[in-house]
Ligand binder design. Sequence first.
Ligand code: ATP
Ligand code: MG
Length: 210
Amino acid sequence: MVSDLNFFTVEETQPEENPFFRKRIGILGGTFNPPHVGHLNIAQQAGHQLGLDQVFFMPDAEPPHIDAKPSIPSKHRKKMVEQSIKGNDLFALETIELERGGKSYTVDTMKELTEKNPDTDYYFIIGADMVEYLPKWERMEELLLYVHFVGVGRPGYQGESAYPIIWVDCPSLDISSTSLRKMVQAGQSIRYLVSESVEEYIEKEGLYLD
Ligand code: ATP
Ligand code: MG
């Protein structure tokens, strides 16, 4: 006998086929000059704790006005990011700002990504130093339409903000690209502070020696 219950059987569907399904994507923007374990640490913790589908590392073509520091050609930074994220399925590379070239405002980038991917919610990951900078970011009110900000602590910064921030608790690593550049220049070892392939790349290309 066929049970009436069969009439209520719901066919199994993939989550992507559900019209209400939304992807949850993290974006870690930066200059990555060079990428280091501090970046990998915050991307992993934010991605895992917030259950993100993926975290995209998004190198800028040129550092923004608010964080102007001399940089090296973007081809090197792109290569080092690729090497850093290799082997972690959660991580991927977003090259939209490299392709556009020049200085990009995050609000323009995120507007473009949101229009291209209307089924995606974006989580923009920033360290506490950047949280403090947010009032100086271009068209912040508009940017808040496109992203949720995710904040992670950074030694030396309070990260207080009037903007809505999702704080992620994360082991704190007192390391920056600035300190690594200085270490390379001073002939100190950066082993274990960057991935092995990045350490080799910096040495092979003779980066940060002057
Ligand atoms: P630089 O010293 O050249 O500014 P950086 O280490 O700050 O380099 P960026 O590429 O500027 O690296 O940073 C990209 C993002 O990663 C920023 O939001 C920054 O706050 C965050 N970040 C970098 N290092 C850390 C860290 N050790 N702890 C927490 N957040 C970090
Ligand atoms: Mg920085």
